[in-house]
Design a protein around this ligand. Structure first.
Ligand code: UDX
Length: 452
């Protein structure tokens, strides 16, 4: 089939390359000339495992093209995906301006039957408003329909998630739209395909993200209780998750959820419910619990260091989760700004996201960027773990201990076993397990580069 994709951000780019890989002919539109030039040259504009390969493979077969000209995509395509951003407004509600702008720009170009499909996360009832906008700007008597096909892609595994989904949700209000969407996905997927009306599909997307966020805040609340009871939250999570009705996913306690989706979608969903007269206080509590996570971690660091000002702190990970360079709404941003305000000297390491952070916070006397976790640990009074990168989970802990000025680790992702950490000579704090504190003075193993 011929497909047009509007917006080559995260969702648009991944959808475009994957639809092309399934054998469709895809033209993706972005108004940014530089982005289009880069993508046409086979250079991904964001980091995602497998993206470069799938991009170049499909450019080479000419099944995929990028353009700034909407008409190139509209005229030839049967299905047009809207994948532009829906950023939050200051009150947390979703700003529809980009979606409306694309609808207005493509409406006058409509000719023949077109299916216009929302893929961006939009508030329920957006399709109805889109339909009305298109009617205002499209040629009279023009034949089009609006459908919804929400994405459930996780950053860091988006290509895999697109090609191996748990389910495909298709919201369409006519037989024609439904069969076009089913033809598009073809036989390539053996997962359940849920066919609903458009409004239901829109709601499923926001409800899914709200539920995932709720699961995380739930386990984080349990983790607070675990700390008081000196019980290990990861074992509790295992015990809960073995119940198939609950499942073990999204029960990792720690610093809480960040990223460009969960925090934003949760806020927007609360506002949407309010608009319909429903007080979703449950989700406001989910947000509140999440907001408390950074403070809880920093309290442990403050307790361990006594005074944070003037102390050297190694920071491992700034991305909101591993395998991405994305730092949007990452808990690390709050951690770093609070440590900076407290006067700490920070040595930050992240294998992929350091340059994103450097653009906002250039290096200075209090902020250094380290080339490895070991460089970040050198002479540190404490190490703070914020992202569970493989480089961090597989640390050579003996080497780390030998490099640090004092072996204090404050772990926001519960990566290590507290008992083993004590045996290795660390003072180890995590979230939701008993903390390992050491009353005797810390012995440094060796650190040839530093005076005792
Ligand atoms: C999320 C949804 O999973 C995806 O379906 C949707 O399309 C977009 O939003 P993403 O933002 O890529 O995907 O990240 P995800 O893997 O869901 O993690 C979100 C945040 O929750 C991360 O900060 C992560 O560290 C945190 N998290 C996740 C936990 O704190 N505990 C967990 O058990 C799982």
């Amino acid at each position: 089939m011929n497909i047009g994709v509007f917006g080559t951000g995260y969702v648009g780019l991944v959808s475009a390359v994957c639809f092309a890989d399934l054998g469709h002919s895809v033209v993706a539109v972005d108004k940014d000339h530089q982005v289009v030039a880069k993508l046409t040259a086979g250079e991904p504009t964001l980091y995602e495992p497998g993206l470069k390969e799938i991009l170049t493979r499909n450019l080479d077969t000419s099944r995929l093209a990028f353009t700034t000209r909407a008409e190139e995509a509209v005229r030839r395509s049967e299905v047009l995906f809207l994948c532009v951003g829906t950023p939050p407004r200051s009150d947390g509600s979703s700003d529809p301006v980009q979606v409306e702008e694309v609808a207005r720009s493509l409406a006058p170009l409509l000719d023949g039957h077109k299916l216009i499909v929302e893929k961006s996360t939009v508030p329920v009832n957006t399709a109805r408003l889109l339909d009305r906008t298109l009617r205002w700007w499209a040629p009279l008597g023009c034949d089009y329909e609006v459908a919804s096909n929400p994405e459930f892609l996780r950053e860091g595994s988006a290509i895999h998630d697109f090609l191996h989904p748990d389910r495909i949700v298709i919201g369409a209000d006519s037989d024609r739209a439904r069969s076009l969407m089913l033809e598009l996905y073809g036989d390539a997927f053996d997962c359940p395909k849920l066919i609903t009306d458009v409004k239901t599909a829109e709601l499923i997307k926001h409800a899914s993200n709200a539920f995932l966020a709720s699961k995380i805040s739930f386990i984080n609340m349990i983790s607070n209780l675990c700390e008081e009871l000196e019980v290990d939250v990861s074992v509790v999570a295992q015990g809960i998750g073995l119940d198939h009705r609950i499942g073990h996913h999204f029960l990792n306690a720690g610093l809480g959820f960040g990223g460009s989706c969960l925090p934003k979608d949760l806020q927007a969903f609360v506002r949407i419910a309010e608009d319909f007269g429903v007080d979703f206080s449950l989700l406001r509590e989910v947000e509140r619990i999440n907001e408390g996570r950074v403070g809880r971690l920093l309290k442990k660091l403050e307790r361990a260091l006594w005074v944070v000002g003037g102390k050297t702190i190694g920071v491992l990970g700034v991305a909101f989760k591993p395998n991405t360079s994305d730092i949007r709404n990452a808990p690390s941003l709050q951690v770093l700004s609070r440590l900076k305000d407290a006067g700490a000297i920070l040595n930050v390491y992240d294998p992929k996201a350091a340059s994103s952070l450097e653009q906002i916070h250039p290096p200075n006397a209090h902020l250094h960027y380290a080339v490895s976790p070991y460089k970040a640990a050198e002479n540190a009074h404490a190490l703070v773990i914020l992202t569970e990168w493989e480089e961090v989970t597989s640390l050579d802990l003996a080497r780390i201990r030998s490099l640090m000025r004092s072996p204090i680790i404050v772990d926001g992702r519960n990566l290590f076993n507290p008992v083993e950490m004590r045996e290795r000579g660390f003072e180890y704090y995590s979230l939701g397990r008993g903390d390992v504190t050491i009353s005797e003075p810390h012995g440094r193993v060796k650190n040839p580069g530093m005076e005792a």
